[in-house]
Design a protein around this ligand. Structure first.
Ligand SMILES: *[C@@H]1O[C@H](CO)[C@@H](O)[C@H](O)[C@H]1NC(C)=O
Ligand SMILES: *[C@@H]1O[C@H](CO)[C@@H](O)[C@H](O)[C@H]1NC(C)=O
Ligand SMILES: *[C@@H]1O[C@H](CO)[C@@H](O)[C@H](O)[C@H]1NC(C)=O
Ligand SMILES: *[C@@H]1O[C@H](CO)[C@@H](O)[C@H](O)[C@H]1NC(C)=O
Ligand SMILES: *[C@@H]1O[C@H](CO)[C@@H](O)[C@H](O)[C@H]1NC(C)=O
Ligand SMILES: *[C@@H]1O[C@H](CO)[C@@H](O)[C@H](O)[C@H]1NC(C)=O
Ligand SMILES: *[C@@H]1O[C@H](CO)[C@@H](O)[C@H](O)[C@H]1NC(C)=O
Ligand SMILES: *[C@@H]1O[C@H](CO)[C@@H](O)[C@H](O)[C@H]1NC(C)=O
Ligand SMILES: *[C@@H]1O[C@H](CO)[C@@H](O)[C@H](O)[C@H]1NC(C)=O
Length: 356
């Protein structure tokens, strides 16, 4: 027998090994300890103009930067940076493109500093990035369109900055996103429909912007959806029934918008929903009388104040024994207050003012 088949086997197993090795790290990683050191040095010069980060000794030659505060290195790749944790350190300055030279970064946690200016587009080259938290800074400009390599991204928190423009529609290509927090910026335009179909979406918080248009019809697709807070925008249209039917949703906060239509009865029939805040909108119709066919409703807050709701307050609300807040003021509710409300042992706030 000729030895040829054996060689093929050896070669192919070598190939398998190197492929596995490559997929375990970054596919196009050209970095090494020295590029990481140069990048950290560049970061300190740009982000610490007032001289913070004292443990970062950037003078001289290559240092053991893995011991610097806020720097975490890889266990597998010696002297390669995988995480930056620099919260509340008075960092000031613009994020320099060299942050993208830390090519194995999986976590960027720089909240509550004084960073300003735009996010460098180079950040999109970090194809191992899973967590990005730049909340409570003064970053501005557009949120960069995501690169095609964002499949690792789980968490994006850009809340409390000065970002403007639209939410990039192709964020929805980052299929593993779990948390997307963009609250308190100056974002306008619609909420991209594609965000609704993110299969692992758990938290969608876009409160305090000037967003318009409808809530994505597909929101509620994710069976992990936990919290939706879109308060204080200019959204119109109804509450999508897929969202109302979600069996995982615990917080639905849509106050201060221009939403309308009837409130889906499924929201009062939910086995998961704890907070339902729909105040200051244009909802019409009445509160549905829902006979719970399960032991108890987890609903703690029902806030429907300042809408165009009418009809009687249903006595069935007396079965919602977890209820703490029932705020129904400034609507057109009629009739008497059901005696069953008196059964609500946890009730703390009851406001029925400004009705008929
Ligand atoms: C970052 O990488 C680019 C290109 O790979 C290189 O030109 C630049 O000098 C690097 N910057 C630092 C601070 O290492
Ligand atoms: C971002 O960091 C802030 C400050 O530590 C924290 O409160 C917030 O929960 C973080 N965001 C996410 C999505 O983890
Ligand atoms: C934030 O940045 C804007 C410009 O983008 C500037 O007008 C404003 O003063 C800054 N705010 C703070 C608190 O630094
Ligand atoms: C998002 O759009 C930008 C430009 O519009 C493009 O370069 C990028 O590849 C897109 N990303 C995805 C994930 O489709
Ligand atoms: C969502 O999460 C599950 C389990 O946590 C995981 O198996 C899956 O790959 C994730 N991503 C998508 C897009 O479903
Ligand atoms: C919703 O967002 C607003 C604005 O950020 C905040 O004040 C409120 O506490 C949030 N509500 C819930 C239930 O998360
Ligand atoms: C929501 O549930 C109701 C019944 O509870 C059903 O009639 C409706 O088709 C469901 N909607 C969606 C979009 O699944
Ligand atoms: C409440 O949900 C049950 C199924 O869990 C369904 O049979 C019933 O019709 C629903 N009621 C309303 C008012 O949506
Ligand atoms: C709910 O409330 C109504 C009216 O108060 C009552 O007739 C009904 O028996 C209660 N129980 C359930 C499980 O709906």
């Amino acid at each position: 027998m000729s030895p040829a088949p054996l060689i093929i086997i050896v070669l192919s197993s070598l190939l398998t090994c190197s492929l596995l090795g490559a997929s375990a790290t970054a596919l196009h990683d050209h970095g090494d300890a020295s590029t990481d050191f140069q990048a950290l040095r560049c970061l300190k010069l740009h982000l610490s103009t007032s001289g913070f980060l004292p443990s970062w000794k950037i003078d001289g030659s290559l240092q053991n930067f893995c011991t610097w505060s806020g720097v975490t290195c890889s266990k597998r790749h010696t002297s390669r940076v995988v995480a930056l944790d620099l919260e509340s350190l008075y960092l000031d300055g613009q994020m320099p493109p060299c942050i993208a030279n830390l090519t194995l970064l999986t976590r960027i946690h720089l909240p509550n500093n004084q960073l300003w200016g735009p996010i460098p587009t180079e950040l999109g080259q970090l194809n191992t990035l899973r967590y990005l938290n730049l909340s409570s800074n003064n970053l501005s400009g557009m949120i960069p369109s995501t690169p095609s390599s964002c499949s690792q991204l789980r968490v994006i928190d850009l809340a409390s900055n000065s970002f403007s423009g639209e939410i990039p529609p192709n964020l929805s290509q980052c299929s593993n996103i779990q948390q997307l927090k963009l609250d308190h910026n100056r974002l306008s335009g619609g909420i991209p429909e594609g965000l609704g179909i993110l299969r692992n979406l758990s938290v969608l918080h876009h409160a305090g912007n000037t967003l318009t248009g409808n809530i994505p019809l597909s929101l509620g697709t994710s069976s992990a959806l936990h919290s939706v807070n879109l308060t204080d925008n200019s959204l119109t249209g109804p509450i999508p029934s897929l969202l109302a039917n979600s069996s995982s949703l615990q917080f639905l906060v849509l106050t201060k918008n221009q939403l309308g239509g009837e409130i889906p009865s499924a929201l009062f029939n939910s086995t998961s929903l704890k907070i339902l805040s729909l105040g200051v909108n244009n909802f019409i119709g009445s509160i549905p009388a829902v006979f719970l066919n399960f032991d108890d409703s987890p609903l703690q807050h029902i806030v429907l104040a300042s809408n165009n709701l009418a009809g009687a307050i249903p006595s069935t609300l007396g079965n919602f024994s977890s209820l703490r807040w029932l705020l129904l003021s400034q609507n057109n509710f009629q009739g008497s207050i059901p005696a069953s409300i008196g059964k609500l042992r946890n009730l703390q706030l009851l406001d029925l003012s400004y009705n008929f």
